[in-house]
Ligand binder design. Structure first.
Ligand code: GUN
Ligand code: FE
Length: 447
């Protein structure tokens, strides 16, 4: 039964979502009922008496047209917010040089709050227009700019996890962009958690996340202290893990153990930990990741530049490990996660076929657009422990409407040719922000 007294919104139309990596689910002509907490309270056949009743009581009713589909909002599980001004540039260097030559100098500029605010105010609404209803952000070492990012997400209504970046290693970081000591890094990270929780208007939309940048940038004391902080404050963790040959090799050389093993050792690998990239994570590491219910943020475009390999998405999904999708801005240059779905499929095909006969390829590696969209929605939500990703009772109403009627992107439905599965594939492969007519986060319409 619908508890109808607090029905805020009813959206009537056809839903496309992907509850498991294997299959698209189409809910044809349903009424999605959203309560005043922004949570889905019922999904009813649109022509049922219960739906009629919900429509009568709702403050707002949105009826989709023949060429519109309701879909879950996209969850970008890996974004470097301060890299926004270098989006589209600077990908000529390998990761370890790119960080020092381009990225750390740019991130250091966020000590200037006015600069930080000018970037956040452009970036956050742009993500929303691309249908990204949740972002998992790395902010900067600067605590104030990190809080400003969280505040900007609250103001624009984007669900977000915002992490103050911790990094103190005397060789892995420049002395002009680092925590002066491990202790100062831990204290600043704790302050950031407190400030984000205390933000005016933040009723749980924006959460802090403990963010050691990656092992090469952090001392043992900092890593251990952040593990303890995450556990004591019950906060999620994000970091980079086994991204490239250099990074994976660095950790093996420093400890004689893998990234995954060391993150576990420092208390940083736990339920909900987001491990970015993970291209070189090994099978025994996956046993650990699965056991603790952590997951991987797969960033396919960025991996083409920095990772020296293709993330084996199909194999890892098959292990039952959580996998979300990430843009990894600015090492990935596409803002929208729909484009990352295409990159995920494309790179999986290259992994399967091999490259120009030099590498024979890896059988059974291809994923399809359905599995990619699973990662961009349900996979990310499950990794984060977020009730979202599918349009189902009890989940936050974080959703978008995509129109296939008026696009200049080549997205067009031909009634004689296109069934629902092809419409879905066309939407994911071809749609852009101009095709997204409605965006809701927690039931609230975003302009
Ligand atoms: N490893 C440590 N920092 C970064 C970063 O900013 N981008 C990527 N892709 N990898 C990293
Ligand atoms: Fe990254």
């Amino acid at each position: 039964m619908v508890s109808s007294e607090n029905t805020e919104l009813v959206v009537v139309g056809t839903v496309h979502h992907v509850p498991t990596p294997e299959a698209l689910e189409v809910l044809a002509n349903v009424a999605v009922v959203v309560n005043n907490a922004g949570v889905i309270s019922a999904v009813l056949p649109a022509d049922s008496p219960a739906a009629d009743e919900a429509v009568r009581r709702a403050k707002t009713v949105v009826r989709l047209g023949q060429y519109e589909r309701l879909m879950p909002g996209l969850i970008d599980t890996h974004v470097h917010a301060p890299q926004w001004p270098q989006l589209g540039t600077g990908l000529d260097l390998p990761l370890e040089k790119w960080l020092f030559d381009y990225t750390f100098p740019l991130e250091a500029k966020y000590a200037d709050a006015a600069f930080a605010q000018s970037v956040w105010s452009h970036m956050v609404p742009t993500f929303l227009r691309h249908g990204t209803t949740t972002s998992v952000y790395y902010a900067t070492v600067d605590t104030h700019s990190t809080t400003l990012l969280a505040q900007t997400c609250v103001e624009h209504g984007q669900r977000a996890y915002v992490g103050r970046v911790a990094m103190d290693h005397p060789e892995g970081t420049p002395e002009w962009y680092r925590d002066a000591t491990a202790q100062q890094g831990i204290e600043a990270s704790q302050r950031s958690i407190e400030e984000i929780h205390a933000l005016a208007g933040n009723t749980g939309l924006v959460s802090p996340i403990v963010t050691p940048r990656f092992i090469p940038a952090c001392s043992d004391e900092l890593l251990a202290g952040l593990g303890e902080l995450a556990s004591r404050t019950n906060t999620l963790v994000q970091t980079h893990c086994s991204e490239s040959h250099w990074e994976h090799g660095y950790v093996l050389e420093r400890y004689g153990r893998t990234d995954t093993e060391m993150l576990k050792y420092f208390g940083l690998l736990k339920q909900g930990t987001v491990l970015a990239h993970g291209v070189h994570i090994g099978n025994t590491d996956y046993d650990i990741i699965k056991e603790v219910h952590a997951g991987v943020a797969h960033c396919p475009m960025s991996n083409s530049y920095f990772a020296n390999g293709v993330f084996p998405a199909r194999r890892v999904l098959g292990l039952g490990v959580h996998v979300g999708l990430g843009t990894d801005i600015s090492a990935g240059t596409d803002v929208g996660l729909m484009k990352q779905c295409v990159h995920a499929v494309t790179s999986s095909r290259m992994l399967e076929d091999g490259v120009n006969g030099v590498d024979g390829g890896v059988e059974n590696s291809r994923i399809d657009i359905v599995a990619a969209f699973y990662m961009a929605t349900t996979g990310g939500a499950r990794m984060l422990g977020l009730n979202a990703g599918v349009i189902a009772v009890g989940n936050h109403f974080d959703a978008i409407v995509v129109s296939t009627a008026a696009s200049d992107s080549g997205l067009r439905v031909y009634d004689d040719v296109d069934g629902e599965e092809r419409i879905f594939e066309k939407i994911v492969r071809l749609s852009g922000p101009r095709d997204i007519s409605h965006i809701w986060v927690a039931g609230k319409r975003i302009k």
